[in-house]
Design a protein around this ligand. Structure first.
Ligand SMILES: Cc1cc2nc3c(=O)[nH]c(=O)nc-3n(C[C@H](O)[C@H](O)[C@H](O)COP(=O)(O)OP(=O)(O)OC[C@H]3O[C@@H](n4cnc5c(N)ncnc54)[C@H](O)[C@@H]3O)c2cc1C
Length: 647
């Protein structure tokens, strides 16, 4: 489905209101192709209902009726001046109605993300960002040649693995090494050193999942990788083992092995295969400041374990969220999937699994479709679903599984940030992705739930999502400060009840999630703790990611106390602030009984024999730390058990 010229024209109006340029050197959004990119990204969303809502909005946006609904006056948006248009957008941003704020948040992301991608040198110069690195001309040849489907295809194998991310990649490697005949189906494409350019355009159009982009309430942006290797290709290489208290909590929910040697062995095997180490811990400026602030408070700060070999911890590493040009990141593509490939596994890209098929009460394969619409039928002795914690429950629901726990208990580690304006340059787009963490507030309730602090590499488009917008020029000025901004990421370990994933009538997943009162309070405590770090490190202005200005200037304007009071007054209700989920977990959880979980301790669904789940979906609760190592360890354990059954 493409958008009409009239819809594009309206998108231009909206985008130019968000990003009008400076009237001199910095061009407006419509002059750099940002509205076109916004609609190109929207068109990739496979959920028809979302695309239709956007089309309808664009059709109605420039009418007197909508003008009346938004401003109380029957005026068309296109007849207003820049200031009046900004007021319309701000009235959405500051509305008491959550749906209006969610609309503002969606429009802001759709306009500004593409603008800071396509803006090019004049826009980036204003913030001191030197731009993408470009494709390496001396990149090594691709070590994997995936298979593609060009006609109706039927395959047979021992195990078909759906999804090739942290979970699926690990399962494929372990099963293939055990001598099993494995087929991997991955809906995305294969990208390697020869493709990566440290470029947000390439990254956001080819390496990240197109949808769903946010929770249905508009509270939380959903960020997941897509392609061979899934999230492990774009992730930040932080490699925490599952903490002991989390293992005990998971074991208590019925999968006893989490507290036993079997899981310890799995963690050891995964860390060894990924070469996890703390030697690549050179601090980026943002981590050096984080460390300075935390140490001044007497808080524990430690070197980050990372799955890298030969990482530059410099300019390359800061752009590694768009793929590692050096091949230093030990993604599953570089490790477990390479093992699978070397053992003869057939790895298909551009193939989307639609349903799990069954006969005689057992899973017997997968019905899939290629990118250009060819039917793919795979017959297998066992099926492993590893499409990530949004797409796996969707696949199971599309396949008719009825267990009520499928799609429940979704956990997101909702994450936001504090901005601290520093005297020194921070250049958040350079340096080791994450080389320090602060765990002083990880247990706020005596049960191991709280806040983890890290920093994150921020390139302009991704960073713009967390910088509030109070007008076009003001936002440009704030983005100009990005090179001096310390972003302390505030990562919440979320607790019951969690969210849900449910397919709509076309089979596409819809994610619902609301922060509980307890988690909201932890998040606010997290903001305050992050502000303490920034203040102790010497920040001149400290600000949250709320759409309205919530900030103070130590020693000059306000204080930590007024700051906390302002946050509590503003609240953390849906679409009041920028929240993102990079850790999506728990929606098909593992446990001891069909009444409380969706898969048994072997990873097999309670509903259908022969169907296993081995990705972030099967976390019994949130991991409290970045989840990759836990996902791969569960996948390793499940694959070992499955291999023992099948061989
Ligand atoms: C930007 C970013 C940074 C992160 N940084 C870290 C970090 O530093 N440390 C850490 O521990 N974690 C990090 N994470 C999280 C971590 O990468 C993910 O939690 C992890 O990759 C999830 O693993 P998974 O196997 O559940 O799913 P994924 O890795 O998302 O893999 C699922 C795969 O399935 C494919 N797929 C989906 N549907 C289908 C279908 N129907 N048919 C076929 N294929 C399908 C998808 O395209 C995808 O490739 C980060 C995530 C992001 C997005």
């Amino acid at each position: 489905m493409t958008f009409t010229p009239a819809q594009l024209e309206t998108m231009r109006l909206i985008a130019d209101t968000f990003a009008p340029g400076d009237g001199k050197d910095v061009p407006p959004a419509s002059a750099v192709g940002a509205p076109e990119l916004a609609l190109e990204l929207a068109a990739k969303n496979p959920r028809e209902a979302d695309r239709k809502v956007l089309q309808l909005l664009l059709d109605k946006w420039d009418t007197k009726a909508l003008g009346f609904a938004l401003t109380g006056k029957p005026r068309r948006f296109s007849t207003l001046g820049q200031r009046e248009r900004e007021d319309v957008l701000l009235s959405l941003s500051d509305s008491r109605i959550g749906a209006k704020r969610a609309l503002f948040q969606a429009l802001k992301g759709a306009a500004l993300g593409p603008y800071y991608i396509t803006g090019g040198a004049p826009v980036w110069k204003a913030m001191g960002y030197s731009g993408p690195l470009g494709v390496r001309t001396d990149a090594p040849p691709r070590p994997i040649t995936p298979l593609t489907v060009n006609a109706e295809t039927t395959l047979e194998c021992d195990v078909v693995v759906v999804g090739s991310g942290a979970g699926g990649g690990t399962v494929a490697g372990v099963l293939a090494k055990a001598g099993l005949d494995v087929v991997v189906l991955e809906t995305g494409e294969y990208h390697d050193e020869s493709d990566f350019a440290g470029d947000e355009h390439m990254g956001f159009t080819r390496l990240y999942a197109a949808a769903p982009q946010a929770t249905a309430e508009g509270q939380i942006m959903l960020v997941a990788g897509s392609g061979l290797g899934g999230g492990t290709v774009v992730n930040y290489t932080t490699s925490f083992r599952t903490p002991d208290h989390v293992r005990a909590e998971w074991a208590a929910l019925g999968a006893r092995q989490f507290a036993e040697q079997e899981y310890t062995d799995a963690l050891d095997a995964v860390c060894a295969r990924l070469g996890v180490n703390t030697d690549h811990d050179l601090t980026a400026p943002r981590d050096a400041i984080l460390e300075r602030g935390a140490k001044a408070l007497g808080w524990n700060v430690a070197a980050m374990p990372r799955n890298v070999q030969g990482c530059d911890m410099g300019i390359e590493c800061g752009r590694c969220g768009m793929g590692c040009r050096l091949g230093a990141k030990q993604s599953v593509t570089k490790t477990w999937l390479q093992d699978a490939y070397d053992e003869g596994a057939r790895i298909y890209t551009g193939v989307r699994a639609m349903t799990v098929t069954q006969s005689n009460g057992r899973a017997d394969g997968v019905a899939a479709v290629s990118a250009d619409g060819h039917r793919v039928t795979v017959k297998a002795r066992a099926v492993v679903a590893a499409a990530g914690a949004i797409q796996t429950p969707a696949l199971l629901q599309r396949s008719g599984l009825g267990n009520a726990n499928i799609g429940r208990y979704l956990r997101l580690h909702p994450a936001t940030a504090i901005w601290g304006l520093m005297e020194e340059r921070v250049d958040p787009w350079v340096g080791a992705m994450q080389s320090r963490y602060v765990n002083a507030l990880t247990d706020l309730d005596g049960h191991g739930y709280g806040i983890l602090y890290e920093t994150a590499p921020l390139t302009p488009a991704f960073g713009s999502g967390f910088v509030n917008w109070r007008g076009g020029l003001d936002h440009l000025r704030r983005m100009g400060e990005l090179g001096h901004m310390l972003g302390v990421a505030v990562i919440l370990r979320d607790r019951d009840p969690g969210g849900t994933v449910k397919v709509d009538k076309t089979g596409e997943p819809v994610v619902r999630y609301k922060l509980s009162a307890r988690d909201s309070d932890h998040l606010i405590q997290g903001f305050v703790g992050a502000a303490k770090i920034a203040e102790a490190a010497g920040a001149k202005r400290i600000q949250t990611t709320h759409h309205r200005d919530v900030s103070y200037e130590p020693g000059k304007r306000g204080s930590l106390e007024t700051f906390e009071a302002d946050i509590r007054r503003e609240t953390v209700k849906p679409a009041k602030l920028a929240l993102a989920a990079l850790h999506i977990m728990g929606s098909v959880r593992m446990g001891g009984a069909a009444t409380t979980s969706a898969v048994d301790p072997d990873g097999q669904t309670w509903d259908l024999e022969g169907l296993y789940v081995a990705d972030a979906s099967c976390f019994p609760t949130s991991s409290g730390v970045n989840p990759m190592i836990s996902i791969e360890s569960i996948a390793y354990m499940t694959a070992k058990r499955l291999a023992a059954r099948l061989t």
